[in-house]
Design a protein around this ligand. Structure first.
Ligand code: HAM
Length: 458
């Protein structure tokens, strides 16, 4: 038997009803906050993530699905116009051409969507639009060890606010707006008991000081730590905080925190975010060790956790990334955003709501009875499904080969509200037997009144 690959899964009804419920609710919330949808490709050039998310992160270092696209059509050197100009270019780029001709282009299934959104911002000069408030819903891919709440293909619901500083993109009001939106969104879908953990990871200048302090603090102890930490202590000490090795945790506990190194501008920014949160009554706790596992963060960083999730308890994470656009070769474009793990959101929801309870059941099961009745049933179904008359009716069609008993069983099994019998007599009379499956009440209804009758008891 061919099975779905490790870490991937099929989402089946009735569970998909919960997914749809969540997505419809979040789209409503995004609309209310004036966010608009963006869809970026599911794969991007590997370099985007290496430069955006950071070489030393677990995501880029260990978890990406990367391949070489050997069919890349290259502008080979031979096709360039001859002349001194060409010779000039050729000298500089020969090595590059050779390497890429042999290697093809390295592509990666997106492990997250922020880098892709910022790439699109740069590629389409979205700064012309001022402040961009964008959201996305879609699959992401990370080669992690699968467990409850952790998959290799998982889904994120995310949003980003990005634009020139002159459009207000750097304001602490945007950070607070994002956090307040998230509180509203979780409440709206029925997730209670979340905890918002907040920190500021400062600006690059603060971080340089912090990294230096970390290097010093790590120097005497690092040889007792895991191989990753030993390397990171040299290359990117902040990433030591991502270490999951239990034996390393007591050492990590003793390391300095970024808070001591925040400059005045970052401290003031952080203080204002917290003041607005207090003003709108959004509770939070401060976690000075929260640095997030991606390199692009500056200033505000946050996670929402939920008890029902166990070890993988971060239902969402996000933060500010004021330097990301420049790191990707774009203009200065401060931004802030988040991504919810939709798989985890749905898991938490299942604690309280069953998927069964949000799944729409048929209003009517049409049971054709006897040869030639499929045609009549199809005509009736077409009438009842007319959107202008019955905007929200769910109609299921049986088959003329079923005996009446089998039709009743099928209607019962799918939880239909009514069964509508379509036999020769009914067609001749142009009136049909409509039976309510819970009360057992049965009436004969003229064809023209069927929709009204069904809608009345909805
Ligand atoms: P992240 O913290 O890497 O941030 O992922 C966000 C959320 O995605 C996590 O909190 C978690 O709920 C979910 N998630 C991550 N990996 C998995 C997995 N393997 N299986 C199931 N769920 C998972 C980002 O991705 C950033 N792009 C968020 C962001 C947007 N920051 C600024 N803007």
């Amino acid at each position: 038997m061919i099975k779905s690959p490790r870490g991937t899964r099929d989402l089946l009804p009735p569970d998909t009803a919960l997914w749809n419920f969540v997505e419809a609710a979040v789209r409503d919330v995004f609309r209310a906050y004036n966010f608009h949808e963006i869809r970026t490709p599911i794969f991007e050039s590997t370099e985007l993530f290496a430069r955006g998310v950071g070489e030393e992160t677990d995501i880029v270092g260990k978890e990406m699905f990367t391949w070489e696209d050997r069919w890349r059509t290259l502008d080979s050197g031979d096709n360039l116009p001859p002349g001194p100009q060409f010779e000039d270019i050729k000298q500089h780029t020969d090595a590059m051409y050779d390497a890429s001709r042999k290697r093809g282009q390295s592509l990666t299934l997106r492990p997250e969507n922020t880098a892709g959104v910022v790439r699109a911002y740069i590629e389409h000069k979205l700064w012309d639009r001022g402040l961009n408030k964008l959201f996305y819903i879609g699959p992401q891919f990370r080669r992690e060890r699968p467990q409850k709440g952790r998959y290799r293909q998982f889904y994120q619901i995310g949003a980003e606010i990005i634009g020139p500083a002159a459009a207000g993109s750097q304001s602490p009001a945007r950070d607070a707006e994002i956090l307040e939106l998230l509180a509203t969104l979780l409440d709206r879908v029925g997730i209670t008991n979340w905890t918002l953990e907040l920190n500021s990871v400062g600006c690059p200048a603060d971080r340089a000081k912090f990294n230096e302090a970390l290097r010093q603090a790590l120097a005497p102890v690092v040889d007792k730590m895991c191989a990753d930490c030993q390397r990171r202590a040299v290359t990117n000490p902040l990433r030591v905080f991502d270490c999951k090795v239990p034996e390393d945790q007591p050492i990590i506990e003793t390391l300095p925190t970024i808070t001591q190194f925040l400059g005045e501008a970052c401290s003031t920014h952080y203080a204002e975010v917290k003041e607005i949160l207090k003003a709108v009554h959004i509770p939070y706790i401060e976690n000075q060790r929260l640095v997030r596992g991606l390199d692009y963060y500056t200033r505000t960083a946050f996670e929402f956790t939920h008890g029902a999730l166990g070890a993988q308890n971060a239902i969402l994470g996000g933060g500010r990334y004021d330097g990301l656009s420049e790191a990707l070769g774009g203009p200065p474009a401060p931004g802030i955003g988040f991504a919810i793990g939709e798989d985890r959101l749905v898991l938490s929801l299942m604690e309280t709501a069953s998927a069964e309870s949000v799944m729409r059941k048929p209003d009517v099961y049409i049971a054709p009875l006897g040869a030639g009745m499929n045609r009549e049933a199809a005509r009736l179904a077409r009438e009842l499904r007319r959107h202008d008359l019955a905007p929200d009716l769910v109609i299921e069609l049986g088959d003329e080969s079923f005996r009446l008993k089998k039709s009743f069983e099928a209607a019962d099994k799918m939880g239909a509200r009514y069964i509508l019998i379509v036999g020769e007599n009914e067609v001749a009379a142009n009136a049909f037997a409509l039976k309510h499956l819970i009360s057992g009440e049965q009436v004969t209804v003229p064809r023209a009144e069927l929709t009204q009758r069904i809608l009345q008891t909805k």
